[in-house]
Structure formats: C-alpha cells, structure tokens
Design a binder for this molecule. Structure first.
Ligand SMILES: Nc1ncnc2c1ncn2[C@@H]1O[C@H](COP(=O)(O)OP(=O)(O)O)[C@@H](O)[C@H]1O
Ligand SMILES: [Mg+2]
Length: 350
C-alpha cells in the first residue's frame, strides 16, 4: 500500500508525534509498504516527481528517527513562523501526498490532529485515514464533553467543575476544595494538568492553565492506582498498570525512559477487575463515538471504584508506548499492530 504517515503539526505534543510517526513509517516500510513521513507544517520537495512517485520511492531516501526531548516545544513561536508564510497550516505538497496515498496513518497527537480538525479536512478532500472520525475526536478531546457523555451513559468519572476564563476571578480559588486536579479542557500528555495538594498552589496553577486554554476542568483528587486500557476493533486489550517513580503521571513521567513503571497485564487487578475495566473502556469508546482504536485512562481507589479519566483517540505509538505494550501482551508485534490499525480503518470506508 502507499501510505502517508502524518505527524508533527502545531501541537504541544508535536515532538511525541514526530517520534511516533518516524517509528510507524519504519514499521510499515519493514512490512513491505511504501510509507512516507510527513510533518503537517513542513514543505516537502517532491524533486520533480508526482506525489505517487514520491511515495513509491520512499526507500531511496534516508528515514529520519526522532526521540522526545525532555521539555515540551515552544509552539507559540513555531505557530507564528508557520503562519507568517501565508499558506495556512499545511506545508507545500502535504495534502497532495495525502490525496495520492491509499490511506493516511494519523500519527498526530494533541490539538489539530487529535481534536478532529485535520480529520474533517481530510474527509472533505476524500482522503482515507486511520482511527476516529472528526466528531468522536472532537468530543474525546474535550474533557468536559467527555464527562457529559460519561454521565449520560453511567460511566463513572470523578466529580468536577468547569471554569470558563470569562468567569475567573481572584476569588474563584476560594470556592474550590483541595486536593484537586486542575486540567485544561482540551489538552493531552498532562500538559496543563496540575495535581494540587496545597491550597497556595491552586491560583498560580489555574493562572498557568488559563494561558493554555479558555476552559478548565477542576476535578476532585483520586487517591489510587492508575491504569490504561486500549480498545482495538471493538475489544479491550490487556490493561497496563502505571506507577510513576515520582509525583504523578506528568509529561516527564510519560516520555522519559525509566521514569515510570508500566506493567502489562496489570498485576494488581484480578481477572474480574480486568474484565470490568475492559468493559468500561469499550463502553467509553463507544459512548464517545470514537472509532477503530483508542486508549482509555483510569484510576482505581482503595474501594475498587474505577474512575474513567478520558479516552485518547490517537495514543502514543512508539514500540514502547502503552497501546503497543498492550498489543504485545496479546502477542501482536508492533509492525503487525500498525498494519492491523490500517486494515481496521479501511473497513470504515467499505
Ligand atoms: N482526579 C485525579 N486524581 C488524581 N490524579 C489525576 C486525576 N486526574 C488526572 N490525574 C493524573 O493526571 C494525569 C493526566 O490526566 P488526564 O485526565 O489523563 O489528562 P491528559 O489528557 O493530559 O492525559 C493522569 O494520567 C493522572 O496521573
Ligand atoms: Mg491521559
């Protein structure tokens, strides 16, 4: 197949996406496909070839491999540079390549890409792509809409309040109980997530979060163990148990090797609990209207109550990422997982 792996873009999770995309591209090439890595914002020189010839000649070019730097990138500066070119977000030839491909593998994370806007653009261009459609992506990207859907479907989620920037005053923090978790509504990778144990931290953290988003979700703290459960082709995958070595599961704990203990299948869950979490994960996936695959985050308290945090429609896809670990626990190798996602995604268009 001729495949474009779309990555990068203008999200805080851009570096994670470049890493994901480069490894997916390598895996697909190893399975005999023609796969080209395309950073959404970067101009691509086709060297006089047609888009299809360019994809077909992928083996003649050096394959870039990225790793995730310690610090999240400065997106505001990059956004200004990209928009100053006057051609919008898409780099030259990026859409032409997508239109020439049999399918686009969505290796984006966060912002446009995970929130459905790129999916909507691709729908309008009659381009096939992996994973969720635009609406499920948009709903799952919003922590608030996610909670509203969960409430309607009886999926347990922690009590929360929504705070809009226009209603935010110096007094807002006084009405919030601590411990709590402040989250930007449309975020990911724990960027803009603050676990607050000390009341003095509440206002500075809300101020910081409002720099990233106009809407915040402030959730009651859950004392417990963290898990995540992938959903692929309508079924729950083995559950991963997540234990950061320090603090909570923040950006550092997520992407720096060795910062978190991740064990799959989760040793602290008995078979009945595992089955229950998988069932909730599938229910959450369906309720939000996401498609093909996702990864649903959970925390379970001492009483065994399983709180669903969110669904990730484009979860990390490096070989050591959580979803690939879950697939591996079921005997599905990384390269095969990438191919499986493509085959399942093509069914959307039958
Ligand atoms: N209510 C909560 N209580 C305790 N920790 C939480 C809570 N909500 C989130 N967290 C921690 O913050 C992390 C990120 O939260 P999450 O809602 O999954 O946002 P993101 O989209 O950034 O991954 C979680 O993986 C967990 O470690
Ligand atoms: Mg999460």
């Amino acid at each position: 197949m001729n495949i474009v792996v779309l990555c990068g873009g203008l999200s805080n999770e851009r570096d994670v996406s470049l890493c994901t995309g480069s490894l997916i591209t390598k895996a697909l090439i190893s399975k005999g496909h023609n796969a080209v890595l395309a950073d959404v914002i970067e101009d691509i020189d086709l060297g006089g070839k047609s888009a299809l010839e360019y994809i077909a000649s992928c083996r003649a070019r050096e394959q870039k491999v990225y790793s995730v730097p310690k610090i999240a990138p400065d997106i505001e500066t990059l956004k200004k540079q990209v928009l100053a070119k006057g051609r919008g977000m898409f780099g030259q030839n990026v859409l032409a390549l997508c239109m020439a491909a049999d399918i686009v593998f969505m290796a984006l994370h966060g912002d446009a890409g995970e929130d459905g806007r790129i999916q909507a653009a691709l729908d309008l261009m009659d381009v096939k792509y992996t994973g969720s459609g635009y609406l499920g992506s948009a709903v799952a990207m919003s922590k608030r809409l996610t909670k509203m859907v969960f409430a309607e479907k009886g999926i347990l989620s922690r009590k929360y309040r929504m705070i809009a920037k226009e209603d935010y005053t110096d007094k807002t923090a006084d009405g919030i109980d601590v411990p709590c978790v402040v989250k930007v509504n449309a975020g990911g990778s724990s960027i803009g997530v603050y676990v607050i144990h000390d009341r003095a931290e509440l206002k500075p953290c809300m101020d910081a979060a409002f720099k990233l988003d106009d809407t915040l979700v402030v959730e009651d703290y859950i004392k417990g163990q963290e898990y995540t459960c992938g959903v692929l082709a309508g079924e729950g995958l083995p559950v991963v148990e997540i234990t950061p070595k320090e603090g909570f599961y923040d950006y550092h704990a997520k992407y720096q090797p060795g910062a978190t203990r991740e064990v799959c299948p989760a040793p602290s869950l008995n078979p009945a609990q595992t089955a229950k979490m998988q069932k909730i994960a599938v229910a959450a996936h369906k309720a939000l209207g996401v498609g093909v695959y996702s990864r649903v985050d959970f925390m379970m308290d001492d009483k065994g109550d399983m709180y669903c945090l969110e669904a990730n429609t484009l979860p990390g896809m490096t070989p050591t990422s959580l979803l690939p670990q879950e697939a591996a626990a079921k005997g599905v190798a990384y390269e095969d997982l990438c191919e499986l996602i493509i085959n399942e995604s093509l069914k959307k268009y039958e």
